[in-house]
Design a protein around this ligand. Structure first.
Ligand SMILES: [Zn+2]
Length: 154
């Protein structure tokens, strides 16, 4: 056998690989690799003790990736609770009170997003925009992806 046998074995291995790759569409391989990557990311996100507040806003990696969110310095500041709210400024003794100008509570990020009556119109507009984006993405599905934002805090 010797040298010729080795060549045959190499060739057989090569052909097998070619057949194997030919039988699985590239798109399926990419899809599986992406799925595994997202699952790994979700596990790490679930286990980390960092970013607890950010996790409340963005608990699910897959849903977050589906949303087309324009990341801006302000959005990042808000979801990481480093936004210049009165609560934040008061915590660092920059201002005397954390009371929101609406008079219904402390001006925290949660208050601004879910509760502040002064932002009710903007909140409704954003919910409608999100519902519209969801309808464009999946016209025949229910809008479960936007439930959290649309229905507000639980
Ligand atoms: Zn308020």
């Amino acid at each position: 056998m010797g040298h010729y046998g080795n060549e045959l074995a190499k060739e057989a291995t090569k052909n097998k690989e070619k057949i194997y790759i030919k039988n699985i569409p590239k798109s399926q391989i990419v899809q599986q690799a992406t799925q595994q990557s997202i699952e790994k990311w979700q596990t790490q996100w679930g286990q980390t003790t960092k970013g607890l507040i950010t996790k409340q806003f963005l608990p699910n990696i897959k849903e977050r990736l589906r949303k087309r969110i324009q990341l801006t310095p302000n959005l990042t500041a808000i979801v990481t609770v480093h936004g210049k709210t009165k609560d934040y400024l008061h915590r660092f003794r920059i201002i005397d009170s954390s009371e929101c100008p609406c008079g219904t509570g402390n001006q925290t990020v949660e208050h601004l997003i879910y509760e502040c009556p002064k932002l009710q119109r903007e909140r409704e507009r954003e919910r409608e925009r999100e519902r519209e984006r969801e309808r464009e993405r999946s016209p025949n599905k229910k809008h479960s992806k936007t439930r959290y934002l649309a229905e507000g805090k639980k």
